[in-house]
Design a protein around this ligand. Structure first.
Ligand code: MG
Ligand code: MG
Length: 590
């Protein structure tokens, strides 16, 4: 399929936008009139620039408020159209988008609309141009694709067809099955946009909150599948109006946009991307790499054992149960890389690379890997642990002293502007499924949390974002990251670690008084939780017990969790308590 992007998706002037689209691998563009009007280049020069970049101009848009108007307005509208056809001739663009009217001049008369669109199409045909008629979700009289299709059919001109825009169709909750009756040859153009589920005015929703496919709540693959079933053979074009993307580096946005189209094609029945390898579900975390100055004290007090030094690189392996930490020396404590166990490391790395992630240097890792958009490395290793062969074994005799059995999940924080793209990247590159999104009020602002996991729940990633970040009062931890380990007995783990002097986080008494109000606990059970600063949650499946360490450095901490009877969440209800407790520790201990 040809993959296109509307210039309105990207920030900058036309020059910036075209360069970014070409570099990300797009085949063509929709030229937005505003971008042309402010450009210093003539339409002929724009055509040349696009040709030089290998981009075709597949749509010129938008042409508004044309149809179903009184004769004098109609004559003026035709004059206006002719001038646009002149521009399109110089651009070498052969399809013009006409959106359904929102004009007070328009009347509710399908026959008149069809008649006037027929005249427009005849004029366009004379100049080798086609008209793609689009029902805006807020069109005055025509606001569903079914209605626009009735008018196009009635107008019956070979140069008149439809533009289908997923936002306009899906925001209205329209049934996509009806698209299949439209002949593919009458769909002249296809625009794709996702959006979060919001309850608001549809025009505002469209103008500010559109997202690239896979980043929102719409079922884009059902929509695209229905369009594909018509035999539509034109471009898949992104048309995304988004307040953040309009301000972001267009080169990066274009890459995110391209990735979203690759993923959407893969997820759509009957479409595939030939060179996007399909890989088996991941087998779990092989390791997590932490950059840290000297972790020996904390790791030792948590029961981890130093199990080896790498033969050729200054990295150490620490081990407890199936939880493995690779420690790379560095001043700033942070999660450097996720080691993902998979039966097909090379395929997984090629897949992530095809999803436009840069390859990691083999100077740094023995196994193939990529850099995720948030800077975290993702390294793919065989599950048999042969990656550990490069570590000279130290004494593993004391493994499992505090009951840690493995890694439950990794929690990362994304900058607000990159949250949706980063979530889509991890999901697509690791083959994860999105879990329900949570939003909670934390002491320093609202936090949105979106987790995803593979179907066997071996790889879980929780991605958090401050829903808005304004001003410079910022006592919160900036971009926190944490590793959650599993234990079969969190209380015993907490006791053992406290015994060894681990820096565990104290939870205030009010939390436990509130627990007693919310859950019908025995006094004994509550006392055990309280004495060990263990937090509690419950869902429809089961219970969740967990505790935290204090911060190590400026942004990283550990968590130990116990999932009982298939508890599926992440204890996010307790996150504000944890955040306040971390703040309290900083206040009292500097
Ligand atoms: Mg549109
Ligand atoms: Mg957690």
């Amino acid at each position: 399929m040809r993959l296109d992007i509307a210039t309105v998706c990207l920030s900058g002037t036309l020059d910036d936008k075209l360069a970014a689209a070409a570099r990300a691998g797009f085949h063509g563009v929709e030229i937005f009139e505003n971008d042309l009007v402010v450009s210093p280049w003539s339409p002929g020069e724009i055509r040349q620039r696009c040709a030089d970049l290998g981009l075709s101009i597949d749509l010129y848009q938008p042409f508004r408020d044309f149809e179903a108007v009184p004769p004098d307005v109609f004559a003026a509208n035709l004059r206006r159209a002719e001038r646009k056809f002149d521009v399109m001739a110089h651009l070498g663009a052969d399809t013009m988008l006409v959106c359904s009217s929102v004009s007070p001049d328009a009347v509710d008369d399908d026959d008149l609309a069809a008649e006037q669109l027929h005249v427009l199409a005849a004029r366009a045909a004379g100049r080798g141009i086609r008209i793609a008629y689009e029902a805006l979700a807020w069109g005055r009289f025509v606001n569903t694709y079914e209605h626009s299709w009735r008018i196009v059919r009635r107008a019956d001109h070979p140069a008149l067809g439809l533009c289908l825009d997923s936002f306009h169709v899906l925001s209205k909750g329209s049934e996509v099955g009806g698209i299949k009756v439209i002949p593919g040859a009458k769909i002249f153009f296809l625009q794709l946009a996702d959006a979060p589920r919001l309850r608001m005015d549809v025009l505002q929703w469209s103008r500010h909150h559109r997202l690239f496919p896979g980043q929102g709540a719409f079922d884009l693959s059902a929509f695209l599948g229905a369009v594909a079933a018509t035999g539509y053979a034109g471009p898949l074009s992104l048309e995304v109006f988004n307040d953040v993307f309009r301000q972001s580096d267009p080169a990066r946005t274009a890459v995110d946009a391209m990735r979203s189209l690759l993923v959407l094609q893969e997820e759509t029945a009957g479409m595939r991307v030939a060179d996007l390898p399909v890989v088996p579900a991941p087998d779990g975390y092989a390791f997590v790499e932490l950059t840290a100055p000297d972790p020996a004290g904390v790791l030792g007090a948590m029961g981890f054992v130093y199990t080896g030094q790498h033969d050729s690189r200054p990295v150490q392996l620490w081990h407890q149960g199936d939880a493995r930490l690779v420690i790379r020396p560095g001043t700033d404590v942070r999660i450097g890389a996720l080691g993902v166990a998979t039966a097909d490391p090379l395929g997984a790395a090629q897949r992530a690379e095809r999803l436009l992630a840069p390859r990691l240097s083999d100077m740094d890792y023995d196994d193939p890997g990529v850099r995720a958009p948030d800077g975290v490395g993702v390294v793919f290793c065989r599950p048999e642990n042969d990656w550990m062969a490069d570590f000279t074994p130290a004494d593993p005799a004391l493994v499992n002293t505090c009951g840690i059995t493995g890694i439950d999940h990794i929690s990362l924080t994304a900058p607000f502007d990159d949250f949706d793209q980063i979530a889509l990247f991890y999901r697509a590159a690791l083959g994860l499924e999105a879990e329900p999104e949570a939003e909670f009020a934390a002491p320093f602002g609202l936090i949105r949390s979106r987790s995803s996991a593979d179907r066997n729940r071996r790889i879980r990633i929780a991605l958090n974002v401050a829903a808005l970040r304004r001003g410079d009062w910022a006592p919160a931890v900036a971009e926190p990251q944490h590793i959650a380990f599993t234990s079969d007995d969190v209380i015993a783990s907490a006791k053992a670690m406290r015994e060894l002097g681990a820096p565990l986080l104290d939870i205030p008494g009010n939390y436990y008084d509130d627990l007693l109000a919310r859950f019908d606990f025995s006094a004994e059970r509550l006392t055990v939780l309280r004495e060990n600063s263990v937090l509690y949650d419950r869902d429809e499946h089961g219970e969740f017990l967990h505790f935290y360490t204090r911060m190590l450095g400026s942004r990283v901490f550990f968590e130990v969790v116990q999932r009982i009877d298939g508890y599926a969440g992440y204890g996010v209800a307790n996150s504000p308590v944890r955040m306040a407790a971390h703040r309290q520790f900083r206040l009292t201990h500097g």
